[in-house]
Every structure is written in structure tokens, then in C-alpha cells.
Design a protein around this ligand. Structure first.
Ligand SMILES: CC(C)(COP(=O)(O)OP(=O)(O)OC[C@H]1O[C@@H](n2cnc3c(N)ncnc32)[C@H](O)[C@@H]1OP(=O)(O)O)[C@@H](O)C(=O)NCCC(=O)NCCS
Length: 153
């Protein structure tokens, strides 16, 4: 992977970098594998083509990614374009030390730079660590989808 280090202060010994466009797809596929989720390449490419698309990575001293945040324009809830967080992920062994908080601040910083008035994201209802992280950064629910499993077939 190649990255362009940003001229920003380190956090907890980690540096922030933009992922070079040629390596964005690879990093995203790796990140989705790491969190054991799937997103098709077609959808990844569609998001990569959206306005203000950006992928930031937190790097350790060896230059390996430990966390990432994936951003681009998305459809806002109230008809206006919004900044959208498509994925925030921290490698398992680096969780619980504030990297998630930092990446959420990076998303705010990116969104303000692009002139968005709001940031949105989707999250699974059962993903409590992520929901707590988002709530602590001021995100509130705008839509709730519910499901039940039908038994007795
Ligand atoms: C969500 C995620 C990014 C958090 O990263 P992290 O580096 O561990 O987060 P931090 O250490 O900065 O903690 C941030 C907050 O998240 C919440 N949190 C983190 N781990 C948690 C856990 N195991 N249980 C409950 N809340 C948790 C807390 O509110 C915490 O804040 P606090 O420590 O000040 O109370 C990480 O768990 C992850 O990568 N998960 C898999 C990918 C994913 O589900 N992404 C979100 C969907 S797009």
C-alpha cells in the first residue's frame, strides 16, 4: 500500500495518511475481510466514484494501517447531500485505545472542509461498540429498521 502522510500531529504514536487512489480498493477489501463483512466490488467502486471521495488510514510507526475511515458524499436524510461515513474500522488488536474516536474526528474535519452541513452513516442495530462511538460524537437515530425471524416453517 502507498499512503500520503498528512501534515497533522500524531495521535498516540499513529500518523494519519490519505490512501493513494491506486491502493484504495485493496485496502477496503482488506478492511472488510478483517471485520468479516462483505461489500461487493461493484458497490465499492460506485462509492469511490462519488464526490469528495476519500480514504484515510491511521498508520503505525512501520507504516502499516491500524484503522481507517471511508468517506464520500451520500444521500442525506432530508433531501440534501450529506457527508457520509461508509466505514470506520480499527484492526482488532488496536481497538479500545481511542483510534475510533480519532477517526470520527477525522470524518468531521473532512466534512467541514468539503462544506457539508451534516454527516450520516448506517449502522447495524446490534453493533453496540459502533453505536456507542457514534452517539458519543453527537449522532442521533433518523431511521430504525426492525426485523423478526419467522419460526414454525
Ligand atoms: C467501532 C470501532 C471502529 C471502534 O474502534 P475503537 O478504536 O475500539 O474505538 P475507541 O477505542 O476510540 O472507543 C470509542 C468508543 O466506542 C465505544 N466502544 C468501543 N468498544 C466498545 C465495546 N467493546 N463495547 C461498547 N462500546 C465500545 C465506546 O463508546 C468508546 O468510547 P469510550 O471508551 O470513551 O467509552 C471498532 O470496534 C471496529 O473497528 N469495529 C468493527 C468495524 C465496525 O463495526 N465499524 C462500524 C460499522 S461501519
Amino acid at each position: 500500500m502507498t499512503y500520503r502522510l498528512l501534515d497533522l500531529p500524531e495521535r498516540m504514536g499513529y500518523r494519519l495518511a490519505e490512501v493513494e487512489p491506486a491502493h484504495q480498493e485493496d485496502l477496503l477489501l482488506e478492511a472488510y475481510r478483517h471485520i468479516e463483512r462483505k461489500l461487493g466490488l461493484e458497490r465499492i467502486r460506485e462509492i469511490m466514484g462519488r464526490p469528495h471521495h476519500q480514504l484515510y488510514a491511521a498508520l503505525d510507526a512501520q507504516g502499516d494501517w491500524v484503522g481507517m475511515v471511508w468517506l464520500a458524499e451520500g444521500e442525506g436524510s432530508y433531501g440534501l447531500p450529506a457527508g457520509f461515513i461508509y466505514l470506520v474500522a480499527v484492526k482488532k488488536q488496536y481497538r479500545g485505545r481511542g483510534l475510533g474516536h480519532w477517526l470520527m474526528e477525522v470524518a468531521d474535519w473532512w466534512a467541514r472542509q468539503q462544506g457539508y452541513r451534516s454527516l450520516e452513516l448506517n449502522v447495524d442495530g446490534a453493533n453496540l461498540p459502533a453505536r456507542r462511538l457514534y452517539a458519543s460524537h453527537g449522532y442521533t437515530e433518523v431511521r430504525v429498521r426492525m426485523r423478526k425471524v419467522l419460526t414454525g416453517w
